[in-house]
Design a protein around this ligand. Structure first.
Ligand code: SAM
Length: 323
């Protein structure tokens, strides 16, 4: 029995028990995966709130006309309904299913489910975001560069877009294996300083194994609460980070806090948003924080001014200046 399944279902049962009576619907994945997860979740509720019915309910019609795979009732009559969506590569576009869910779980490996989204009404992100991000990224650290290493020249170009100057302090927040660190170090020169920060120790270990600690100090830290004084940095680089944060506006404000007035922020991904979404079997939705019409106001509210935006097939690159 997987310890990870136990952890995730115990946490969900803990936050959902006070909401009983409720119906929990497990959607997505394949029918077997949804039914198995629902059974484990039902068993995780305390006897006082024990689910009386864990059923494969095929054909239960959801708000958007879709079908759910399983439902369990926690004490009748259910006044509330929570939808848990299991994300897996096995079935078509996840867009609608994910959008109507309050809990999204990466279930590509059913032995290693990871919570990727959880409505703040159900639990404060401080209770799950860091540990679940670490559970998601740690197993991916060792193979990260083998899978994505070809992108190094694109990272170097993105660093250039930030216009780092010799002597600058440059941060790479959510640095992962440190693919941007050598380019940042070359740009700020020996009088500058580069700091790579990430919450996942295995990612930082991989950066060290690749010698990228020669280019930067590596620190385990939460991007939402950086262990740095105000106005430390001239350049902040964040690749593939912001859409992983539970509150992007608050995350961008924290990046602004540690940046000096006039400093620059680079939000980068070596794949454009539409291409990346398609790769994950998703469709882009209008409410995503990196959509240009959302990002401008988000940045302004967080102390930045968006100066350029490019969402091409082969890269996402947005640059902002600290107000
Ligand atoms: C998609 S990866 C990108 C890694 C690297 N920037 C790159 O482009 O190769 C996202 C990284 O953000 C880190 N991360 C996620 N949430 C974080 C948080 N709250 N604080 C710090 N790092 C975080 C993950 O550990 C992971 O290494």
């Amino acid at each position: 029995m997987s310890q990870r399944v136990t952890e995730v279902t115990a946490f969900l049962a803990e936050i959902l028990t006070p909401r009983a009576p409720l119906t929990v619907i497990v959607d997505g994945g394949d029918h077997g995966a949804a039914t198995r997860f629902a059974a484990r979740l039902a068993a995780a509720f305390p006897p006082s709130a024990r689910a009386w019915n864990v059923d494969a309910v095929l054909g239960l019609t959801g708000p958007s006309g879709g079908m759910f795979d399983s439902a369990l009732n926690v004490l009748e009559p259910a006044a509330d309904r929570v939808i848990v969506y299991l994300r897996s590569g096995g079935r078509g576009p996840a867009g609608a299913g994910e959008q109507r869910a309050q809990v999204v779980i990466d279930n590509n490996d059913p032995q290693w489910p990871v919570i990727r989204q959880l409505h703040p009404r159900l639990a404060d992100p401080d209770r799950w975001h860091l540990s679940e991000s670490q559970a998601f990224f740690a197993p991916r650290a060792a193979g990260w560069d083998a899978k994505f290493g070809d992108d190094l020249p694109a990272y170097a170009m993105a660093v250039e877009a930030a216009g780092p100057e010799p002597g600058d302090v440059a941060l790479d927040v959510g640095c992962g294996t440190g693919r941007a660190l050598p380019a940042l170090a070359a740009a700020v020169g020996p009088s500058g300083r580069v700091i790579g920060l990430d919450c996942t120790l295995d990612m930082l270990a991989e950066a060290r194994a690749k010698g990228r600690n020669q280019a930067a100090a590596l620190i385990q830290a939460d991007a939402r609460h950086l262990p740095l004084p105000d106005a430390t940095a001239g350049v902040v680089f964040a690749a593939g980070l912001v859409h992983h944060l539970p509150d992007p506006a608050a995350g961008l404000a924290e990046l602004a806090r540690v940046t000096r007035p006039g400093g620059r922020l680079v939000l980068f991904h070596p794949t454009g948003r539409a291409t990346l979404a398609a790769r994950h079997g998703r469709e882009l939705t209008a409410d995503e924080p990196l959509d240009e019409k959302n990002l401008g106001p988000l940045l302004t509210g967080a102390g930045w001014s968006l100066t350029s935006y490019d969402d091409a097939d082969d890269r996402f690159l947005a640059v902002a200046a600290r107000l």
